[in-house]
Design a protein around this ligand. Structure first.
Ligand code: MTE
Ligand code: MO
Length: 290
């Protein structure tokens, strides 16, 4: 097994100057999908058109057997089944989620990965139990610094075998809009978005929003797992970089006119063409919309 993992322990790389999208990247692009840009016209992304990114396989989850565990440095660990989670007081939060890699296929040089153009974004109404309520029930120890969220999916990244896991600082995790969500747009979560339950951290890039959530572990040391180490903003590949956290301000236009099938080049008839778009930011509300 370790020889097999060693063979997969290849460092990330950027594409050569004339290197096109690789077959591996095509495979990722065919599994995962963007939001069609014309759907920027909708306040809430219609069902099935929210972008999807899944690193490993979509796990098979039996909702009757599923449990959420809140454990680690707590006074009393809590285990909930789906019926007891959904019976608790809930709230609904509208959140625009964006993958930290949105736009990477147009970067020069281009990092090899899921080759997003601009559509790795979507907006949904998420309903769930505020995480802070579950943390209160378990009783966090005073020296907790991070909450670690574990999904039921499992795979390998750069030779590291892992469950999908992300850590989040305790102050951020206690935000009133941070949800252990069991509904998307008023319906059970679609399987590709984390059925039966996912974490939603409004304002943070996608990687924090752990799908197929099964465990929340209170940790007294900073979590240094793969997914927290992997997401860093760097200018050069050997920079130490800065951790990627909240969504940076961004704006995109609804494509005007009508498209050419192959190239997506836009054609508009002569005359005024109103341009509309949307802007979002995970740091502060967008102050002006026109
Ligand atoms: N368990 C698990 N959670 C995950 C992922 C994953 O692969 N596994 N991908 C993350 C990334 S990188 C992004 S951008 C978002 C995508 O969420 P969506 O597919 O619901 O749009 O989920 C995040 N949560
Ligand atoms: Mo992502």
């Amino acid at each position: 097994m370790s020889d097999a993992l060693d063979a997969l322990r290849v460092p990330g790389r950027v594409a050569g100057p004339d290197e096109g999208i690789t077959v591996d990247e095509l495979g990722l692009a065919a599994r995962n999908h963007a939001m069609p840009m014309e759907l920027l016209r909708e306040d809430v992304t219609p069902p099935g058109l929210h972008y999807v990114l899944t690193h490993y396989d979509i796990p098979a989850v039996d909702p009757a057997a599923w449990r959420l565990h809140v454990d680690g440095a707590v006074r009393g660990p809590v285990t909930l089944d789906l019926a007891s989670l959904t019976a608790r007081p809930s709230r609904t939060v509208r959140a625009t989620m964006e993958c930290a890699g949105n736009g990477r296929a147009a970067l020069t040089p281009r990092p090899l990965s899921q080759p997003w153009l601009t559509g790795a974004v979507g907006t949904a109404d998420w309903t769930g139990v505020p995480l802070t309520d579950l943390l209160d029930e378990a009783g966090l120890a005073d020296d907790v610094v991070d909450l670690v969220f574990t999904g039921l999916d499992h795979g390998i990244e750069r030779g590291v075998e892992q469950d999908y896991q992300r850590g989040l600082g305790v102050a951020e995790a206690r935000g009133e809009d941070v949800l252990v969500a069991w509904a998307m747009n008023g319906a059970p979560l679609p399987v590709q978005h984390g059925f039966p339950v996912r974490l939603v951290v409004p304002g943070w890039y996608g990687m924090c929003n752990v799908k197929w959530l099964t465990r929340v572990t209170a940790a007294t040391e900073r979590f240094e797992g793969y997914q927290n180490r992997a997401y860093r903003l760097r200018q050069e590949s050997d920079d130490e970089g800065e951790p990627v956290t909240r969504i940076e301000p961004r704006a995109l236009l609804e494509p005007p006119g009508f498209p050419d099938f192959m190239t997506r080049a836009r054609v508009a008839r002569p005359g005024p063409v109103p341009l509309r778009g949307r802007a979002w930011s995970g740091w502060a509300p967008v102050a002006r919309s026109r």
